[in-house]
Design a protein around this ligand. Sequence first.
Ligand code: BTN
Length: 329
Amino acid sequence: MHTAEHLILRELLARDPDWVSGSALATKLGVSRVAIWHHMEKLRAAGFTFEAQRARGYRITQKPSAAHASLIDSQLKVRPRGFSLLVLPETDSTNDEAARQLAAGRPVPFAIFAHRQTKGRGRLGRTWHSQANGNLYLSVAFRPRVAPDRMGAFTLWMGLNVCELLANFASLKPGLKWPNDILFDGRKAGGMLTEARIDADQIRDLVFGLGLNINSLSADWPAALGGRAISLSEVTGTPLDFNRLAAALLGRVFLAYQNFIDGSYTTAFADLWHRFDVLRGRSIALLEGGRRHTGTVTGLDDEGALLLRDENGRTQRFRAGEVTLEKLA
Ligand code: BTN
């Protein structure tokens, strides 16, 4: 979209739901009111609806409800140098598309949103159901150039940041279930999938993938998910502004990534972990490499590995695995 339309959207969104006069927009952009009118027509063609009154100007009455590049871009508060954004109607997996774009040399950082994924992937080779239903499918690509062993707690850190953002954005009370589930009252609303390509002793590139159920209805999901998943709008009881949330999440991803890479994240990590972790002190079963371990979660080590104390009082650390909560006695 043309920069002038970006600027117009930025002004209208800043005043939303109030009016912005045509002459104020014309002055801001240094163009005539007729030129503003032409830009408004182009925005209408892109799916926006506006109210226009001679005496008051323009105001937005309807925004696209699915990921929209200009809406995300114009609401982004953190914009790293060289950043670019792609919104695709459909792709196999935004993580795979990001890997292809990286391989083709696209400058980082960049973000890819899709309305729908045909081969959305979760952890452990699982399918991530990805219909075009108001949910978010996002991948963000970086080239961190750090040693792979520094990245152990990365996905957890990103998940904690997503949780805090959601808590602030819509007064939600999310929980993070190690290693990558975002939960509301035990039902999953989101998950993260970080994938990296490694060159000798350095990470060449890294893709952080986030799937978040935002405005979907669990009744429309595959029966296999039965009762285990939930969307944010079901938690709040009202639809959320998709693109405002998408921009806020993306901005937070950039900040969290920067804090992680420069090493300044550790104190905040402990605080956020204390606030959002749902496992501490709980009896769990952990499946790892075909073996089942049971015990009580005592915390995390510096690399984000889960510490589990078994019934003999012996503590083991796990870097990966699938956790199920044991029934409370
Ligand atoms: C999980 O909970 O197992 C992780 C789910 C990650 C899903 C997201 S959706 C965007 C990105 N593209 C994918 O194919 N997967 C991640």
